[in-house]
Design a binder for this molecule. Sequence first.
Ligand SMILES: Nc1ncnc2c1ncn2[C@@H]1O[C@H](COP(=O)(O)OP(=O)(O)O)[C@@H](O)[C@H]1O
Ligand SMILES: [Mg+2]
Length: 209
Amino acid sequence: MAGASSWSARWARGRSSRWSCREGEPHSPSPRRAGRGQGRGAERRRLDTAPLPDPLPGGKREVLRLADAPATEAVGAELALKLRPGDVVALSGPLGAGKTSIARGLLAALGLEGEAPSPSFAIVQPYGPPEVRLPVLHVDLYRLDDPDEVEELGLDDALGDSVLVVEWPERAGPDRWPDALRLTLSIEPDGARALTWDAPAAWEGRWST
Ligand SMILES: Nc1ncnc2c1ncn2[C@@H]1O[C@H](COP(=O)(O)OP(=O)(O)O)[C@@H](O)[C@H]1O
Ligand SMILES: [Mg+2]
């Protein structure tokens, strides 16, 4: 089983050649990626406004109203207490809905000092001890051009000892992580957020509100 450090090193190598800018540089997609991404505009718009997923068979659905950003981060903090290696948390919702805010609350509760950066350009942002108690891969698949590209990220290899927190999981295809905890955010007319919490059957006994 790949340890967090070896996985991080592998990911870092891939990142420098494929996914990301060096720290401190302005972020911009490569011409290849920018060009390929343009043809998906219609699909992106459709996904950006996708309705709620169907409830999971045997799972549990709850809907919460989150009045402000601290309330969104508090959901992440509460979730952090429930997580185990191998868990996948899928964060859905339109741009600006609060997905990264949940991840930030989660990472802060696991011990991360300072604000976690959004991984929207890096795609994968790994965290491991000692900065956090539990290895976490914070992932944002928004810029993924093709669901097959998710294989190149090596996320499933890392699941043995890490938690995956994935923004835009739809980009990886519909059945990539069937046992994921699915959190879907939407923006209410008054600016608050609605959070629909879909816990799969595999999570029974782990979540109660
Ligand atoms: N419940 C909330 N009510 C109002 N604003 C919120 C709430 N939750 C998060 N926000 C704010 O929404 C903005 C976008 O949040 P972010 O987590 O970056 O969204 P996403 O990752 O979904 O694009 C941030 O300014 C954040 O503080
Ligand atoms: Mg985000």
